[in-house]
Write a protein that binds this ligand. Structure first.
Ligand code: S3P
Length: 186
């Protein structure tokens, strides 16, 4: 999948007029795969957590430490409204794993969403995060694997409402990106 192929890529009618949203647990690969998909489609890549940090002038961990999850979720919704709302360019949009839990986030978009669930097993997610679970407040504790399993139990029904699911455990980021591009070209 070469970036140069992007300009002429023909998206399905549905994907063409929609934000392409990548959903999944922490460690699913959203932030790694997203830029590859964005390059292939010739769209901007939006990493919602990075946008929140930039606007707040604080890291995600600091936001949680100072204002708790409530403040983080408020930032998440406000930035979603700005980045998917009226006037926002169609993008490849990668929110944090908990974005699906607030139905107002999806509703904030001014355009349809074309959503892809990057499915990952909890043990693979932990391996991909390689000790960086500390940076994720919801996983920062003695047993991050158990926390990921709990999040999956709570969220999987929501993730599975996506337009498509890609099971990523055995795939490289490039393979996942190519699958997503193929789905969007549908
Ligand atoms: C969260 C996941 C994180 C980040 C925040 C909350 C979650 O993003 O948004 O720590 O609720 O699962 P990643 O999914 O990119 O790790």
């Amino acid at each position: 999948m070469s970036p140069s192929a992007s300009a002429d890529r023909v998206l399905s009618a549905r994907a063409h007029s929609a934000h392409l949203v990548l959903l999944g647990l922490p460690g699913a690969g959203k932030s790694t795969v997203g830029p590859l998909v964005a390059t292939a489609l010739g769209r901007p890549f939006v990493d919602l957590d990075a946008a929140i940090e930039q606007r707040a002038g604080r890291s995600i961990a600091e936001i949680f430490a100072l204002g708790g999850e409530t403040e983080f979720r408020a930032h998440e919704h406000v930035l979603t409204t700005l980045l998917l709302g009226p006037g926002a360019p169609l993008s490849v949009f990668s929110p944090g794993g908990g974005w699906v839990e607030d139905p107002l986030n999806r509703a904030a978009s001014d355009n349809p969403l074309f959503s892809v669930y990057l499915r990952v097993s909890p043990s693979v997610a932990i391996a991909r995060m390689e000790g960086e679970t500390r940076l994720r407040p919801l996983l920062d504790g003695p047993d991050p694997l158990r926390r990921v399993e709990e999040l999956l139990r709570r969220r999987e029904m929501l993730y599975l409402q996506s337009d498509h699911t890609v099971s990523t455990d055995l795939m490289s980021p490039e393979e996942v990106a190519a699958s997503i591009v193929a789905l969007a070209s549908g």
